[in-house]
Design a protein around this ligand. Structure first.
Ligand code: 5RP
Length: 215
């Protein structure tokens, strides 16, 4: 079992704020995400800037695309995104069209989805899923727990590389000990920390501690 990647999610509403933050953490993380909030506020210009600043990092456009997959993914790819997200309720044709345009497509899991849907994503050639606790659900009192572990494990067993995200703190990571998580995606716990670089380093250190000895 490998040590998971660390992905920083930039969810600022302004590009200048996102760039100020990423310059503190970009070199510390494995993957850089133009978050949904940033994509909606600033468009693919955000992805272009991240690509220009970090030519050797994986850049993700977290568009959570629901339709017009080929066009949206084409725009993301032209801007320099390696990977892009689609929402799990998008149709298979939308996902397939999007997947043609980027190196990898990730299905974002929100709300109601089934393992039968997940089989169809695999059949369509999509093998990355993002298991998400919604920001609003967490604010409404939802927490990470056994039910999430069960679903993440099942998706891993099915053959997905599973990223995990939603209000993750360094302290949340222990819950996933022994689970083959592909990537932890952290936004605010890094970007809103007093010292984002230290926060990213501590998270990586905790990942090494938890997953370093895992077989
Ligand atoms: C929200 C997102 C966020 O980018 C993701 O959840 C990480 O942010 P945070 O750690 O701040 O919750 O996709 O839709």
């Amino acid at each position: 079992m490998a040590i998971p990647n660390l992905q920083v999610a930039l969810d600022q509403s302004s590009l200048s704020e996102a760039l100020k933050t990423v310059r503190k953490v970009g070199e510390e993380v494995d993957i850089i995400e133009a978050g949904t909030i940033l994509c909606l506020a600033e468009g693919m210009q955000a992805v272009k800037c991240l690509r220009a600043l970090y030519p050797d990092k994986i850049v993700v456009a977290d568009t959570k695309c629901a339709d017009a997959g080929g066009t949206v993914a084409g725009n993301a790819s032209d801007a320099g995104a390696d990977w892009m997200t689609v929402i799990c309720s998008a149709t298979i044709p939308t996902m397939k069209k999007a997947a043609e345009q980027v190196s990898e497509l990730q299905v974002e899991l929100y709300g109601n989805w089934t393992y039968e849907d997940a089989e169809k994503w695999l059949e369509a050639g999509i093998s990355q899923a993002v298991y998400h606790q919604s920001r609003d659900a967490l604010l409404a009192g939802e927490t990470w727990g056994e039910k999430d572990l069960t679903r993440v494990k099942k998706l891993v067993e099915m053959g997905f590389r599973v990223s995990v995200t939603g209000g993750l703190e360094k302290e949340t990571l222990q819950l996933f000990a022994g689970v083959d998580v592909f990537t932890f995606i952290a936004g605010r716990s890094i970007t809103e920390s007093a010292d984002p670089k230290a926060a990213a380093r501590e998270m990586k250190e905790e990942m090494r501690r938890i997953f370093g000895d895992a077989k």
